[in-house]
Write a protein that binds this ligand. Structure first.
Ligand SMILES: Nc1nc2c(c(=O)[nH]1)N[C@H]1C(S)=C(S)[C@@H](COP(=O)(O)O)O[C@H]1N2
Ligand SMILES: [Mo]
Length: 435
């Protein structure tokens, strides 16, 4: 069953949980009954006994006793409503109605892992190393040293995967089929990357910073990086570019990088290295894993859908484009005609800020301009809310469109096809029945 082909009218009158599953494709996904099992200890705990021939068990095989498990799939510390797109590595997105909070709770922040997180990392002994060709005074820091030597700062920053919205591209792009929920905006606490880099000596040759994390490659090969990306030195030096150890005042969740990570608000999430072990100050564009080829790069010039692009014509993604989400009501809501409907959500952009927000209930024929809040700081998402009255009973779609301060508006249709399906910032739309 393809969730995108499912008419919304088919969902009304269903048990809301069932409707939710259909809309978000949970029941349609082949992984829906899989267990997320890493390591013998965890598997034993789930099964209630140690599998005796565990080392003969094919990787990725779901223990038969769990195959008919009907309990929802759970990720430790995460909301059971997250949609698991892949369990090896773990990738899970947050449906829009669970992104309604102004500040995204840790349990509702999506997870995008390229490999396996480190096993039981310890924040007390964790060390971060700063070095590289353009670093004149290489040093290592514990978390305690970072906190003592540098000013602690907190910013609310949007983290969005470059591939968010990939599921809508045609021809399809390979990779996790993110729909809308590979985004969140929690409050991050840590130190400024700039302060740490300056203490370690940034030479005039500095062009880029790259990161290395402690996660392990799916192949199990030691020393093989899962991902090692970075940002140009100018972005690294911005005051909101962070080395963070805390999310909403708590330790980072394991899957979101515990105990230490980078956060570059407004840039592809892939720049925000998790389980951060090392930063290199480079005298050239960083050339770590997933910096080349089609990874996190776009054709430098527009192309036709499906066209192949020579590597030399691919450019690294920098700022993320303007985008918005409708977080209330959830799609497929039934609402009484005589009561105004509260519609709300967020809008954000990787550069500048969002300065116009518009809503349509007539498939884009007319747009109503609505108020949008100021961001609490640069790269925080902004909020909007409106009460809608409908002309008569019936089915409507609510469309939302944000425009940034440079005049870029969200497109109504999926924009610029590219080989890996990045940067889909098409307008979000929901269906409601007013009855
Ligand atoms: N070490 C490491 N850092 C990483 C990744 C990873 O797999 N390993 N994934 C990146 C990608 S592609 C994204 S979108 C964000 C996701 O952050 P989150 O899982 O905390 O939401 O982390 C980035 N940092
Ligand atoms: Mo990502």
């Amino acid at each position: 069953m393809n969730k995108r082909k499912l008419g919304l009218h088919e969902l009304y009158g269903q048990d809301p949980e069932m409707a939710d599953d259909l809309v978000f494709g949970r029941r349609c996904h082949p992984l829906s009954r899989r267990g997320f099992l890493t390591g013998l200890a965890k598997m034993s705990a789930v099964l209630g006994a140690t599998p005796v021939f565990a080392d003969l068990m094919p990787a990725g095989l779901i223990p038969a006793t769990l195959v008919n498990e009907t309990k929802p799939f759970r990720i430790e510390g995460k909301d059971p409503g997250l949609i698991v797109l892949n369990d090896r590595p773990l990738n899970a997105e947050t449906p829009p109605h669970l992104l309604d909070d102004d500040v995204t709770p840790a349990k509702r922040l999506f997870v995008r892992n390229n490999g396996h997180p480190p096993v039981d990392p310890d924040r007390r002994t964790w060390k971060l190393r700063i070095e590289g060709e353009a670093c004149t005074n290489p040093q290592s820091f514990t978390l305690g040293q970072l906190a003592r030597k540098f000013e602690t700062v907190t910013y609310q920053l949007v983290l969005e995967c470059g591939g968010n919205g990939r599921a809508e591209f045609h021809p399809p792009a390979s990779g996790n089929q993110w729909t809308l929920g590979a985004v969140g905006c929690p409050r991050w606490t840590g130190v400024r990357l700039a302060d740490v880099l300056k203490a370690c000596g940034v030479s005039e040759k500095a062009v880029y910073v790259g990161y290395y994390g402690a996660d392990t490659h799916l192949s199990g090969k030691p020393g093989k990086d899962t991902i090692s990306r970075g940002v140009p030195i100018a972005k690294a030096m911005r005051p909101e570019s962070l080395i963070a150890w805390s999310l909403n005042g708590e330790d980072l969740p394991l899957h979101n990088g515990y105990p230490l990570r980078l956060v570059f608000g407004g840039w592809p999430g892939s720049t925000s290295g998790k389980w951060l072990k090392k930063i290199v100050i480079r005298d050239r564009v960083h050339d770590g894993a997933k910096m080349g080829g089609t990874a996190y790069r776009l054709p430098c010039h527009p192309i036709a859908p499906g066209e192949t692009v020579p590597e030399s014509d691919m450019c690294i993604i920098e700022e993320m484009p303007v985008k918005s989400l409708i977080t209330a009501p959830r799609t497929a809501t039934l609402h009484p005609f005589d009561k105004p409907l509260t519609v709300r959500g967020h809008a954000w952009t990787g550069s500048g800020k969002v300065d116009r927000m518009a809503i349509s209930i007539d498939f884009g024929q007319t747009w109503r301009q609505i108020r949008i809040s100021e961001p609490v700081n640069r790269h925080a998402w902004q909020h909007w809310e409106v009460q809608l009255q409908f002309p008569q009973r019936g089915y409507y779609e609510i469309w939302a469109r944000a425009t940034d301060d440079a005049g870029h508006a969200q497109p109504m249709v999926v924009p610029g096809w590219n080989p890996k399906g990045y940067l889909n910032n098409a307008c979000h739309r929901i269906g409601v029945r007013i009855g």
